[in-house]
Design a protein around this ligand. Sequence first.
Ligand SMILES: Cc1ncc(COP(=O)(O)O)c(C=O)c1O
Length: 423
Amino acid sequence: MKDSNALSRKRRAAPSFLDPLGGRAGRSPALGALSTELIHHAYEPPAGFAAPQPGVHKASTVIFPNTAAMRARNWKEKAGYTYGLHGTPTTFTLEERIATLEGGRHTLLLPSGLAAITLVNLALLKAGDEVLIPDNAYGPGKELARNELKGWGITHRFYDPMKPEALAGAIGPATKLLWLEAPGSVTMEFPDLVALIRVARAKGVVTALDNTWGAGIAFKPFELRAADGEEPLGVDISMHALTKFPSGGGDVLMGAVTTRDEALHLRLKFTHMRMGWGVGANDTETLLRALPSLTLRYAAQDRAARALAEWFARRPEITQVLHPAMPGSPGHEHWQRLCTAAAGLFSVVFDERYTTAQVDAFVDSLKLFKIGYSWAGPMSLVVPYDLSSIRDTPAWRGVLVRFSIGLEAVEDLIADCEQALPA
Ligand SMILES: Cc1ncc(COP(=O)(O)O)c(C=O)c1O
């Protein structure tokens, strides 16, 4: 390293009109020189600091020791650093941990789960291509297809994920990407993922799963098996809204895109770099802090959600409880075959004799459950949905209420629902 202090000592001796902060002999050092010393101070902390918590590195600029090193470094590799947007020790650490969680090899981080969905679409599709999206997919992802993708000449088709036998007929020569989501958003149908992937693979279509619900815990997206002992048939890409379970605090927005295949990862990484989608060090650190308790939180919210779902199943006001682990819920048999756990999330459908206003009155009467989007945070949340407005399928009728179960005592949550139902 250059001796920065020697540089500032030399400057201190020559205050001038152009250096109004310059010091005088025998008096305080020049303020300008002091700034230089505070920025270029020669002290370097000893190497080898070790603590359980990873450091928080904040940088746009990364300093190279010399020009040869600058020329030798490659932003695509993790052997060195080139620029804050391309990665820091903090973001590389989170990428490695999310890849481990998902059972993948490479992870890219994005500013939200929706941005992660966007990255996959932009990296893999061009004008003239078609993308297939489950009709029960996360709504804003469908809106992206209906608006931006359409405007860029990329067509889409919504397919019924509960009918894998019909998928082959929906895939045409222009189809390049098949989205999967397990279970579907809000209506919670759990598809036969292996059957869907098998069709896509046979047709040479890349598969991308929104794995936010499974979170790398309920099932392993790259190692799905039709039955015990069978060869694994995994997805090509796992997209994850880290906003939900990995954060767990309801205080960070972030997304991840994980792959096993190096070439596919590089396709995604080029687009990621060119779009300038970086994540902040503080958000990354918040996630790194939350990850150690992820499996405990997931299990606790799973337990509480099942207790509450069972309680609702016994209520006369409710015609259906939509929770993949519950017998009778759509696709329960696929959940049973593929999963070892479930997220703390379920929906209930009110009997048709109740009006939207009555169901709203129930939701408004809840005290512990707060009305708000998102899930997997410490506070339980609730959102009413008018089914006909979110699904094209005419089979869906009535008012549905989705519950995201937090970390409160389950008996308090049941008591809250009990006091609100008479409303
Ligand atoms: C299934 C699913 N995928 C993706 C997202 C998007 O995540 P984010 O809110 O981080 O954009 C959400 C958000 O609710 C979601 O529920």
